[in-house]
Design a binder for this molecule. Structure first.
Ligand SMILES: Cc1cc2nc3c(=O)[nH]c(=O)nc-3n(C[C@H](O)[C@H](O)[C@H](O)COP(=O)(O)OP(=O)(O)OC[C@H]3O[C@@H](n4cnc5c(N)ncnc54)[C@H](O)[C@@H]3O)c2cc1C
Length: 379
């Protein structure tokens, strides 16, 4: 059984300084991206998570390489992956992308991100908000005028939590055997997953083999084991989670929701790391304007909410494809994948895809006082 670094029993003493200017709940991709944007603002930023920073990897940890450079976490890269291969029962198509993926080490990435913040960190399990809007944890009640929920799909600080399998969530599971490879392989094969896909992500000596189902009722252990078997690798070191495929309100009752808690995970691909960075940065910039006195708190929250909702079209388009592709006759899908493989088409399609949350956003500095008040405005 995996033992995770956390505080246990009597170690869970009340947090010493329970007041902060900004309280960020969740220390993964989204929460750390928010905190990074607040570094040097002078704000007292407190991050809480139920585990140590970087302790609990829940994804295959593949992200666009340009994003990892833009976030200053390229030191966590284990393998750069320039090609994707798509497989159906009737054939395969290999694409060279206009940009590459990289698999990375989760613990190291979180460490590098956290090092770019000047936030305090405490281990605590977040339970809910109380009637005063304070955050109740198993280590006492925390108070801050600005609160961020970056706690993942459970959206713990909202009035209406999600309960799988009835909620619009996908489910994913993977194993991490020793192995290798050169491509990010994707299988669209109903004999494995009826509505979803399987993957293999090489990570320098490790192979992250998994499956995801858009239908939360379908279990994903069987296809994961089956694919590992087909690939001749051991089904060991399991990890799994739910991931959202519907955008949700990014601001509710004075709280900022970022990453999976706001549904910031692309439907179809299930890619949620880049978007957690992207919306985390947007949220962090609004909060920075608040703590520096350049923006009223309510205006900043509303601007962030509009910014998130402004991406609705792209998310809806991806959701339509998520519904359409599993319904296509497999032979037709195979032909379509081969046609899309023409280099200009690959460049265009994957260029559009990256552009929905582009890496330039990480380094671009919005002009003073001009934040994200337009819908989907980019600096
Ligand atoms: C099997 C699988 C593979 C995936 N592979 C990829 C991939 O390769 N690339 C990609 O882009 N996306 C991938 N995803 C999606 C991606 O993992 C998520 O979209 C991403 O992790 C969202 O980041 P986040 O920071 O919003 O939430 P999370 O990464 O889920 O982080 C939430 C944080 O909150 C903490 N937390 C939760 N509840 C509490 C609580 N009550 N109290 C205190 N702390 C709490 C957790 O410990 C965690 O640190 C995958 C998902 C799955 C399930």
């Amino acid at each position: 059984m995996t033992v995770r670094a956390t505080l246990r029993g009597a170690e869970r003493t009340p947090i010493e300084h329970p007041r902060a200017d900004v309280l960020i709940c969740g220390a993964s991709f989204a929460g750390l991206a928010v905190a990074r944007e607040l570094a040097g603002s002078g704000a007292d930023v407190l991050i809480v998570d139920r585990y140590e920073v970087g302790e609990r990897q829940t994804s295959a940890c593949a992200a666009p390489t340009p994003w990892l450079h833009a976030m200053g976490v390229e030191g966590s890269i284990r393998q750069e992956i320039p090609h994707m291969s798509f497989h159906t029962p009737h054939g395969s198509a290999r694409y060279r992308l206009p940009w590459s993926w990289s698999s990375f080490d989760y613990r190291e990435l979180c460490r590098l991100l956290f090092a770019q913040t000047d936030a305090r960190f405490e281990i605590a399990k977040v339970e809910r908000r109380d009637e005063h809007g304070h955050v109740v944890t198993d280590r006492g009640v925390l108070e801050a005028p600005e609160v961020v929920d970056a706690l993942g799909w459970r959206r713990v600080l909202a009035a209406d939590g999600y309960q799988p399998p009835e909620a619009p969530l996908s489910r994913g599971l993977e194993v991490h055997p020793d192995g290798g490879g050169t491509d990010l392989d994707v299988w669209v094969d109903r004999s494995l997953v009826r509505r979803g896909y399987c993957w293999s992500v090489p990570a320098e000596g490790e192979q992250r083999v998994g499956s995801g189902s858009y239908d939360p009722h379908q279990h994903v252990k069987e296809p994961t084991v089956e694919l590992a078997d087909r690939l001749g690798v051991d089904a060991i070191r399991y990890q799994g989670n739910w991931f959202p495929h519907t955008l949700r309100d990014a601001a509710e009752d004075g709280v900022y929701f970022v990453g999976d808690s706001a549904g910031h995970c692309f439907p179809l691909s299930g890619e949620g790391i880049r978007t957690a960075f992207y919306f985390g940065i947007a949220c962090g910039r609004e909060l920075r304007a608040v703590v520096e006195g350049a923006r009223e708190p309510a205006d900043a929250l509303a601007a962030y909410r509009r910014f998130s909702a402004g991406h609705g079209k792209a998310f809806s388009r991806a959701l339509r494809l998520q519904r359409l592709i599993p319904a296509l006759p497999p032979r037709l899908l195979t032909v379509a994948l081969k046609l899309i493989g023409a280099q200009p088409v690959v460049d265009r399609a994957f260029g559009w895809y990256l552009d929905q949350a582009p890496p330039a956003f990480a380094s671009a500095q919005p002009e003073a006082g001009v934040h994200f008040s337009g819908s989907h405005s980019r600096p």
